[in-house]
Design a binder for this molecule. Structure first.
Ligand SMILES: O=P(O)(O)O[C@H]1O[C@H](CO)[C@@H](O)[C@H]1O
Ligand SMILES: O=c1cc[nH]c(=O)[nH]1
Length: 260
């Protein structure tokens, strides 16, 4: 990037493809052969409970100003995977995923929740995200400006195969990734629905952009949460769906174990 690449209006549009930054992620795990498959699980209470029951084993931690973020190991049919909470919001989640890549991570499946833009997506219904509208800032540091970022086809295929095998009904679709949870306005939601978005969340397009930039595989499955429609917002008690959250975590583990 040279001074002539300065965008007079939008700094986010000044994409710099240089893979080396001044500060680079350099984290090492104290594991002999760190697994390449990582599950990024947004459900903190699921991770805490599985750690307590011994199904997840803590093998390290990453840190931010919010404190320690544990990394767990889990076995799935003879395959070892690592698991962590990626943090909420694209900048933090991408920072942690960068560190996971520096630890040897190559294949990522994220599982989380989302707002739904259409009433017919029930609470708890899984949506495999195929692409996401880049209405956040982080992805512009990883890919030139485009409207959307796509999930890795191999990750989408692994998620679909897993859901199909387990006879779980799901949808495939586009997400609206936003940085501003309290700026989901009527007009903006209408525009996103018109361009084909089913759901809204805060990290997918940034995960996908980072994955493309670093040459790793990444997919995401979310379950239908709160309702975001012109008639108003409905919480639908989506956070309380412990059964769905635990099930989605194990589906993500299974899908991730198929990658690579
Ligand atoms: O349940 P998770 O996946 O965290 O999903 C959504 O909820 C959080 C915002 O409250 C953001 O992370 C957004 O992506
Ligand atoms: O980003 C998000 C996540 C859940 N619900 C929303 O309305 N937005």
């Amino acid at each position: 990037m040279t001074p002539s690449d300065l965008n007079p209006e939008f700094p986010l549009f000044e994409f710099d493809p240089d893979p080396a930054a001044i500060l680079n992620p350099q984290v090492k795990l104290r594991l002999e052969n760190p697994p390449q498959r990582w599950v990024l699980c947004f459900f903190r209470e699921v991770l805490d409970s599985l750690a307590q029951s011994g199904e997840l084993r803590k093998v390290g931690e990453l840190r931010s100003e919010a404190g320690a973020n544990p990394i767990y190991q889990v076995e799935q049919d003879g395959t070892s995977l690592l698991v962590m909470h990626p943090g909420v919001g694209a900048p933090l989640a991408v920072g942690f995923m960068e560190e996971a890549i520096s630890c040897g991570g190559r294949h990522f499946i994220a599982c989380g929740g989302c707002g739904v833009l259409k009433r017919d997506i029930a609470v708890g219904h899984p949506v495999v995200i195929t692409s996401a509208v880049r209405d956040e800032g982080t992805s512009y540091h990883y890919l030139p400006p485009t409207r959307e970022a796509a999930a890795s086809p191999a990750a989408v295929a692994a998620l679909e195969e897993t859901l199909r095998n387990r006879k779980v009904d799901y949808r495939l679709g586009k997400s609206w990734t936003t940085d501003a949870i309290y700026r989901e306005t009527k007009a903006r939601r209408t525009r996103r629905v018109e361009e084909g978005c089913l759901v809204v969340e805060m990290e997918a397009s940034a995960f996908f952009a980072l994955a493309q930039f670093r040459g790793v595989t990444c997919g995401q499955v979310v379950y239908g949460g709160d309702l975001v429609t012109p008639e108003g917002w409905d919480f639908r008690d989506w956070i309380a769906r412990g059964d769905v959250r635990t099930a989605l975590f194990w589906l993500a583990v299974e899908a991730c174990s198929k990658l690579g």
